[in-house]
Ligand binder design. Structure first.
Ligand SMILES: C[S@@+](CC[C@H](N)C(=O)[O-])C[C@H]1O[C@@H](n2cnc3c(N)ncnc32)[C@H](O)[C@@H]1O
Length: 445
């Protein structure tokens, strides 16, 4: 049942609630080491702004009692929520527009019998060991590098000739693997090493070249990373209940599609744990371009980018915002910058549709938990969390709880470039991305 108007918190009440909210230190999880946050399959692949699994685990602990629960994430990213749900023997569903994120999440959520995987990795590494020699043949057969022609300019931009050929040969060997589960496992390892093997400026959140970079050898990087993944798989395999391992298709339902359309029937989901993209922050499509070009995941990068919520490529002509707080932000931004005002409006309109969809798929008594931070762009406060709190109510939710947490500094770059509004790691950035974020929780009564 949709909540009555009288039960809704007014925009003023919401602002007051957030103004007076204290940080809850028990949600910072600072005591966890990288080996805890990267346990099981969680460290298979880097991903910007990914959850730490302990946050998802705690929300599940607090809100899920049904042993056959169904957990959903409309922006699953590299799959932290999905992996956690599978580890507990729950159903997991969700959407993601980023194709490489789908591959990563699929592989991270698929436990592989450890002995079988060990043999496959050994065979694979034996095959690719000698590929760095220019004239390499494999079992008297010349290996023709697999290099996607249509992205050759981008590949030449990011990789030296030697690395390009070597990576292309490795990719060819991966594509020859007949077992799809194993092939995808290798592809994730391949995708993960690309950045280190390229001249992409290390630790930069923006695509920048470093012509001086001493990039690593593909074989060495692959060997190291595959062994790490193998260990992660073993730990994950041991934790996933056998009923899930044996019938994974009944439990794992993840799609490459838009967050406004979930692959789930009405009233099925117990808990949603998600974090949306931020308006004009990361360009996820740009950040993953090395994987996108090598694995040939997008015909046209510019068209592909337009599908991402929160990108700077959107403008709606005839759609209206329901949230008054969002409208206020858009109006303030209109005085500073029309284009950015359009982008912010489009972002909040898209998110209203996502919340409608969350309401549709949740059971009565189910909750959605959206993790989001506030920002400041061109001198205007972008109170994302406050807007989310108001918008969830317009979608029918009761605003159930707001948790304010500190973000460990290693996870989010703290600075934004004032001109573009994008996260920047350089010292010239003079606008702030706040080191706190909120978990905004809506209840479907
Ligand atoms: C903050 S990240 C989620 C990270 C995730 N919680 C994790 O642990 O990896 C937000 C994600 O939203 C995705 N996204 C952007 N637009 C989308 C859309 N229209 N539909 C579905 N996902 C989208 C981005 O690709 C990005 O992976």
């Amino acid at each position: 049942m949709r909540i009555m108007q009288a039960q809704m918190k007014s925009p003023e009440e919401i602002l007051h609630l957030f103004d007076t909210k204290k940080i809850d230190n028990t949600w910072s999880f600072v005591e966890y080491k990288p080996s805890d946050t990267g346990k099981w399959t969680h460290d298979y692949h880097r991903y910007p702004a990914k959850f730490i699994p302990q946050l998802v685990e705690r929300l599940i602990d607090e809100y899920v009692s049904d042993k056959d629960a169904h957990i959903n994430d409309p922006f699953y990213g590299c799959g932290t929520t999905i992996v956690t749900a599978i580890s507990r023997g729950f159903k997991a569903s969700g959407t993601e527009i980023n194709k490489i994120a789908y591959l990563i999440t699929k592989v991270k959520s698929t436990p592989i019998e450890p002995n079988y995987l060990e043999i496959k990795i050994k065979q694979f590494l034996a095959k690719v060991r000698y590929l760095e020699n220019a004239q390499t043949t494999l079992f008297n057969r010349t290996i023709e590098p697999s290099i996607p022609e249509r992205h050759i300019d981008r590949i030449n931009y990011w990789f030296t000739d030697k690395k390009k050929i070597e990576l292309g040969k490795i990719l060819r060997v991966i594509y020859e693997e007949e077992d799809e589960t194993i092939r995808d496992f290798f592809l994730v390892a391949f995708s993960h090493i690309l950045k280190n093997c390229s001249i992409w400026l290390q630790r930069s959140t923006k695509p920048t070249r470093d012509l001086e970079k001493n990039s690593v050898k593909p074989y060495d990087a692959l060997d190291k990373h595959l062994k790490k993944m193998q260990k992660g798989n073993k730990a994950f395999y041991d934790i996933v209940p056998s009923k899930v391992r044996d019938n994974l298709d009944d439990y794992l339902n993840i799609k490459i599609s838009d967050a406004r359309c979930q692959p789930v029937a009405d009233n099925k989901v117990d808990l949603i744990v998600s974090s949306s993209p931020y308006v004009t922050s990361y360009e996820y499509a740009d950040l993953h371009q090395l994987s996108t070009i090598w694995l040939d995941l997008a015909e046209n990068l510019t068209e592909y980018k337009k599908k991402f919520i929160g990108t700077s490529y959107k403008k709606y002509e005839n759609k209206k915002l329901r949230s008054k707080l969002a409208l206020d932000i858009v109006n303030k931004m209109l005085e500073k910058n029309q284009k950015m005002a359009n982008e912010i409006e489009a972002f909040f309109i898209d998110m209203e549709k996502v919340f409608d969809e969350s309401f549709r798929i949740l059971k009565n008594g189910g909750r959605c938990c959206y993790v989001i931070g506030d920002t400041r762009l061109k001198g205007v406060d972008i109170s994302n969390a406050e807007v989310f709190a108001e918008s969830l109510q317009h979608s029918g939710f009761k605003l159930n709880r707001v948790i304010k947490r500190e973000i460990p500094s290693k996870i989010l770059p703290q600075k934004r470039d004032e001109k573009t509004g994008k996260f920047a790691s350089n010292d010239n950035a003079n606008s702030e991305a706040y080191p706190v974020e909120y978990i905004v929780i809506g209840l479907k009564e």
